[in-house]
Design a protein around this ligand. Structure first.
Ligand code: 6GU
Length: 251
């Protein structure tokens, strides 16, 4: 998979050299290229922003550097291939595990990191209609970050780990929160009895030491239900709807 990231702070993306993603890059599974938007700004101050038409607070990213950057990405393909353009922003569709799975199927993703109050709307029109790109504005959640860079770190990590070969143990991918609509059960490791403070010992739930795999599975499922009800009741209602158990009342 090719991943391009365009940003005025390319150093922000340095963590993508680390850990699993860094290994995937060195293994050739992911070809990640980070571009400095200012390379495509040619005035004396390499300016990338200006005041908004119609007034209002803050600055807006100018269309020309963005258009040139996107043109450059498209021209980097030896053929007619095009990246899917992802623009992180709080006004986008929610980023979910399902969307991460969808993006992981793409052979080429380009992330455009906006700053300030956003990117001139005509850049989206240029990308879609002049360059023929599929453009997706995607949000991490209902809060505001200063720019798309941190969101790209999260999105690239969520997507890259779904690319075949990036994670050694593919089974660990399916047994996770958000893969089947319930949060994960609590986990424990040795020692079974642990002194957390003087005179306080904390035990691993005995069922996990019982060797009774049926009882363990039942306990874990119950824990997942309770945890989801407590922390994410919205998910519980959605997963009940999927299973068709929501209408049990009256039967
Ligand atoms: Cl993807 N970008 C920005 N700038 N702020 C956000 C966000 C993204 N998701 C939530 N807040």
């Amino acid at each position: 998979m090719i991943i391009d990231v365009v940003s005025i702070f390319p150093e922000y993306l340095a963590p993508l050299d680390l850990s699993l993603i860094g290994k995937a890059r060195r293994d050739g599974l992911i070809d990640l290229r980070v571009h400095d938007l200012r390379e495509f700004a040619h005035d004396r101050h390499r300016s990338v922003d200006d005041t908004p038409y119609g007034g209002g607070a803050g600055m807006v990213m100018k269309p020309q550097p963005w258009a040139e950057a996107l043109d450059h990405l498209v021209a980097s393909a030896p053929d007619e291939r095009r990246p899917r353009l992802v623009v992180p922003g709080p006004g986008g569709v929610p980023f979910t595990q399902a969307l991460a799975r969808e993006l992981a199927q793409e052979p080429w993703l380009a992330f455009a990191c906006g700053r300030y109050e956003g990117i001139d709307e005509r850049v989206y029109e240029h990308a879609e209609h002049d360059l023929g790109l599929e453009v997706s504005v995607i949000s991490l959640g209902d809060y505001v970050l200063n720019g798309g860079e941190v969101a790209v770190l999260a999105m690239v990590e969520a997507v890259a780990r779904l690319v075949p070969g990036v994670i050694g143990n593919a089974e660990s991918l399916v047994e996770e929160s958000h893969e089947d609509g319930l949060l994960e059960y609590p986990v424990y490791t040795k020692p079974a009895s642990w002194e957390s403070a003087p005179g306080v010992t904390r035990e691993v739930p005995p069922v996990l030491l019982s060797g009774d795999h049926g009882a363990i599975a039942a306990w874990r499922h119950q824990q997942r239900l309770e945890r989801t009800a407590a922390r994410r009741p919205d998910l519980l209602h959605a997963s009940q709807a999927v299973r068709g158990t929501a209408g049990a009342a009256g039967t």
